[in-house]
Design a protein around this ligand. Structure first.
Ligand SMILES: Nc1ncnc2c1ncn2[C@@H]1O[C@H](COP(=O)(O)OP(=O)(O)OP(=O)(O)O)[C@@H](O)[C@H]1O
Length: 299
């Protein structure tokens, strides 16, 4: 991964967008750097697509500043430096995969080779298949190949792996990691939090048009996602609540459930203080827990 540099590839500064009475973005700021995969997360209607449409120059902000590759996103010169994979894309069904990619390659001065594009997207064996004869997941891979064929500095991926099987998803993740390692910045929106966890170094969470979190992935896990410890034990609930790191304790008969962060010292102490303890189970601490916590706080 390349370290973020001082000048971002894309940025929003205190941006506002209204659709009639709907305030879709209310003072949103974030930026994306070279070699960085940024996951833009939020519930349906949070404002993610609106933010992306500003960066793509598809609409203007009512207030605030939007920059793409050091300039105005509506400037045509910026377009050559970006690759885009949107949620809905229509391509001619009668053209073969390789014809479609070749057609897209003609738009760029120094495109990636056809073979590279096919390999990156896992399409080598499907090169001569007509687009209309591909499955939905295979079509998504063609759209990915088209998005990356111009060697973009910045790649927009809007829910890229929806409809992909596990193998194809992992292949695409690998391709995204490779591009980021080459210095490409990636703005990823996804509702699969495990995807954000697998790929992103930074996470921005939007809720009702406002950024409610922006930081490194590791920070989210630590601060927002206490782990859940379950066990059978007779230890006293009120005493457990006083232990460092324990945030919540619930008893149901002999079953105990604790929320704790950090969890390891709590587990060690549980085992030390109750040699009869059984059925120990620790889980959570993932981005999904953090996301639920964040969007609940903001609601
Ligand atoms: N063209 C439009 N006219 C009116 N309201 C709109 C329009 N586009 C979006 N909105 C509203 O603006 C808000 C933000 O929508 P946006 O599409 O940016 O959300 P999103 O986070 O991308 O959602 P999703 O995850 O469902 O794609 C929502 O309340 C939505 O209903």
């Amino acid at each position: 991964m390349t370290e973020p540099t001082a000048s971002p590839l894309a940025s929003l500064h205190n941006v506002q967008v209204h659709y009639g009475d709907v305030a879709a973005l209310q003072g949103v700021s974030f930026s994306l750097h070279r070699g960085e995969v940024l996951a833009l997360l939020g519930r349906n209607g949070a404002g993610k697509s609106t933010a992306i449409s500003l960066l793509l120059g598809l609409r203007r902000a009512d207030a605030g500043r939007v920059e793409l590759l050091g300039g105005d996103p509506q400037d045509r010169n910026r377009r050559g430096g970006i690759g885009v994979m949107l949620q809905a894309t229509a391509l001619p069904p009668v053209l073969q995969v390789r014809e479609l990619i070749d057609l897209a390659r003609t738009c760029y001065v120094d495109p990636r080779s056809l073979e590279d594009c096919l390999a990156l997207a896992g399409l080598t064996d499907l090169a001569r298949r007509r687009y209309g004869q591909l499955s939905g997941g295979q079509q998504r891979r063609v759209q990915f190949a088209i998005a990356v064929c111009g060697r973009p500095q910045l790649l927009f991926l809007d829910e890229p792996t929806t409809g992909l099987d596990i193998q194809a998803r992992q292949q695409l993740w690998q391709a995204i990691r490779q591009l980021a390692a080459e210095g490409c910045g990636v703005l990823l929106t996804t509702h699969y939090l495990e995807e954000a966890e697998a790929l992103a170094q930074r996470v921005v969470v939007i809720e009702q048009g406002r950024v409610v979190a922006d930081g490194p992935l590791a920070q989210f896990r630590q601060q927002l996602a206490p782990r859940r410890i379950r066990c059978r034990s007779a230890l006293d609930v009120e005493t457990l609540k006083t232990w460092p790191g324990v945030r919540e304790v619930v008893r149901d008969g002999l079953r105990l459930q604790l929320l704790a962060e950090p969890a390891e010292p709590v587990v060690a102490r549980l085992l030390a203080e109750d040699p009869q303890l059984q059925e120990l189970d620790v889980h959570g601490g993932g981005l999904a827990d953090a996301f639920v916590e964040l969007t609940r706080e903001a609601a």
